[in-house]
Design a protein around this ligand. Structure first.
Ligand code: ATP
Length: 250
């Protein structure tokens, strides 16, 4: 389970994320949506422990991400927008390195073969990461996140740069993880995908949450009946609209 309470990230005078509170239950996918610069990546990087929040608290499976970092990170997987990989390891060595870091070597052999096959990396297993194409790097990044069987999974724009077959497989993988009880947070600009994949969505604008709920709940807002998530998103994030929308008044 993931709980985020009052998360705030300040860059000098600029608040990139402001007072963000939400939780994701086991077996739930939350879509993190928002225009460019809304604060999605900053929020994900704070939750992943890559950035130190200015204020607020992140609990991963009940463990504080700052004060109980090792325990919190044991259950966490983060797939960044731009894969960050060790260029001079082979594909297989990379997976093994991640499994060793997370102390999951007991399931490594089984997991490795499954993931290499699923992500079409088997024939590249002995190639250096430096030689992989952009899409293959993305697939390896996803495989690394899955190799240690985390139950809180963060994906930052994971479908960009992956071919249609890989994207379909990844969506299935995310659904599989959800069905196995993972709490999944996925940032995306692909609103059709978000509508199909996510149990709930949360829209950020200028660092603030403007709404959170199921797509059905969003459609129950005044003037939103019958609209697609794309239309709802464009209305709610338009410059003219300033007030945040509380679903309890819908
Ligand atoms: P996109 O959809 O374009 O990826 P995003 O929603 O992920 O955008 P962020 O990358 O989180 O947005 O950026 C949020 C805001 O914080 C932006 O205005 C960005 O310029 C600012 N920002 C991000 N990193 C820094 C930094 N290191 N120093 C100052 N400002 C930053």
């Amino acid at each position: 389970m993931l709980e985020v309470r009052g998360l705030w990230k300040q860059y000098r005078k600029y608040a990139a994320v402001q007072d963000l509170t939400f939780s994701i239950q086991p077996g739930e996918i939350l879509g993190l949506l928002g225009p460019n610069g809304a604060g999605k990546t900053t929020a994900l990087r704070c939750i992943a422990g890559i950035l130190r929040p200015t204020a607020g608290q992140v609990l991963i499976n009940g463990f504080d991400a700052v004060n109980e970092q090792a325990k919190a990170k044991a259950g966490l997987a983060f797939v960044p927008e731009v894969p960050s990989l060790y260029e001079l390891l082979t594909v297989e060595e990379h997976l093994k390195f991640v499994a060793m870091c997370f102390d999951t070597m007991n399931v490594f052999e089984e997991q490795k073969e499954l993931l290499l096959k699923r992500y079409h990396l088997a024939e590249k297993r002995n190639e250096l990461v430096a030689t992989l194409s952009k899409g293959m790097r993305q697939k390896l990044s996803v495989a690394c996140a899955l190799v240690h069987r985390a139950n809180v999974m963060l994906f930052d724009e994971p479908l960009i740069g992956i071919d249609p077959e890989g994207a379909k497989e990844l969506k299935n993988e995310i659904l599989r993880a959800r069905n196995d009880g993972a709490s999944v947070l996925i940032s995306t600009h692909l609103l059709d995908t978000a509508e199909k994949l996510c149990d709930r969505v949360m829209i950020l604008r200028k660092g603030q949450k403007i709404i959170e709920g199921t797509v059905e709940e969003l459609r129950n807002l005044d003037g939103m009946e019958g609209k697609s998530l794309e239309d709802i998103f464009l209305i709610l994030t338009s410059e003219e609209r300033d007030a945040t929308t509380d679903l309890s008044h819908a």
